[in-house]
Design a protein around this ligand. Structure first.
Ligand code: AOF
Ligand code: ZN
Length: 350
């Protein structure tokens, strides 16, 4: 009999891989025999064992045989030889009886083949359990596999009158500690954080994770015209600098090379071009943190999947607005936010 709590457990385990498995999905697996769990596992790190392999090892190390067991897995077992052999074959070899899957794997290398492999040899397979939850958990993966572009989250912290900084440009501490912690949590989950050269000059941010436990993301600085001069906190071997072709002097290129900064030179200031280049560099999810020029460009490109909007119950009367768009629109024909398989989040915080 299928029991939902085992699938919940598989999803809970999957989430432990958050921040470490990209561009792979987070996957959790629970093996059940006679109504109790005999083994558990999750995909821990990119390039390492898949969830099923770890769950099988766990069960066997405790002396259990998998014969006639039920397997609960949050994603369809793979059918391809990737960095590891196919998980579907492993489960077949171990003679499991039934496999319960939350959602099918959208990766064209798998996409239903895992289910077919299992069914062809008589393993009972069913899927679709807690599917919405599994898809939301792996929304970066579902999006990048389909679109071959990173999933983009735009973060904004504004006052009630819609400003991101006061008229002097000061933006520090618009929102409270809880909001900043939430931002650090997202930083620890995405592959990279993006800022424009204006934000680097104004705030000299380090873009690291400090307020929560978690690993640091890579950093992306957009400086199309090579305006930045000298050193800033973001510049190290985890940083990409995006400029237009020909924008940097040889001297500046030498400086960035010596800092370990990776240069990405593009033909024109275009968000899709940048995203394609970042995707080639294994960036499958991005947090765009500002400023208003970058935020405007990104929403105009239609390639933002999620907006995290923090609104502080404060007013400034005058200041820097959240988005700089290249033109104005009318109420009859506005620029609309289309989440494009993503989400709109709205957080009101003081
Ligand atoms: C599973 N269990 O735990 C994961 C799966 O490069 P590889 O060999 O690691 O394969 C990566 C692909 O395998 C990934 O794109 C996705 O389709 C699937 N991930 N499958 O059966 C797992 N992480
Ligand atoms: Zn696998």
């Amino acid at each position: 009999m299928f029991r939902i709590e085992f699938m919940q457990r598989a999803l809970y385990l999957a989430e432990r891989g958050k921040g470490f498995v990209s561009p792979n999905p987070m996957v959790g697996c629970v093996i059940v025999k006679d109504g109790r769990i005999i083994g558990e596992g999750w995909h821990k790190r990119f390039g390492e064992a898949h969830a099923e392999v770890n769950a099988v090892l766990d069960a066997e190390s405790r002396g259990f045989s998998l014969e006639n067991s039920d397997v609960y897995v949050s994603l369809e077992p793979c059918s391809h030889f990737g960095k590891t052999p196919p998980c579907a074959k492993l489960l077949i070899d171990k003679k499991v009886k039934r496999v319960f899957i939350s959602c099918l794997d959208p990766n064209p290398l798998v996409a239903g083949n895992g289910v077919n492999m299992l069914k062809n040899v008589g393993v009972e397979v069913s899927y679709g359990f807690l599917e919405d939850k599994a898809k939301r958990l792996n929304r970066f993966f579902f999006y990048h596999i389909k679109h071959k572009l990173p999933y983009v989250i735009l973060k904004l912290a504004t006052t009630l009158d819609g400003f991101i900084a006061d008229k002097n440009g000061s933006s520090k501490w618009i929102t409270n500690e809880n909001s900043r912690r939430e931002v650090h949590r997202i930083r620890s989950e995405v592959d990279a954080v993006v800022v424009g050269s204006g934000t680097v000059m104004a705030d000299n941010p380090s873009l690291t994770v400090r307020l929560v436990k978690g690993r640091n993301p890579k950093k992306v600085v957009v400086d199309f015209n090579g305006k930045l001069e000298g050193d800033y906190n973001v510049f190290d071997k985890n940083c990409f600098l995006i400029t237009l072709k020909g924008a940097l002097s040889e001297e500046k290129k030498g400086f960035y090379a010596q800092k370990g900064v990776k240069l990405i030179e593009i033909e024109k200031p275009d968000v899709e071009l940048m995203l394609k280049e970042l995707y080639k560099n294994n960036i499958a999810s991005l947090l765009v943190e500002g400023g208003s020029g970058i935020a405007g460009m990104f929403v105009e490109s239609g390639l933002v999947n999620e907006i995290m909007l923090f609104v502080a119950p404060k007013f400034l009367g005058e200041g820097k607005r959240a988005f700089n768009l290249s033109k104005s629109f009318t109420i009859e024909d506005p620029l609309k936010f289309d989440a494009n398989d993503g989400f709109l989040r709205f957080v009101l915080r003081s």
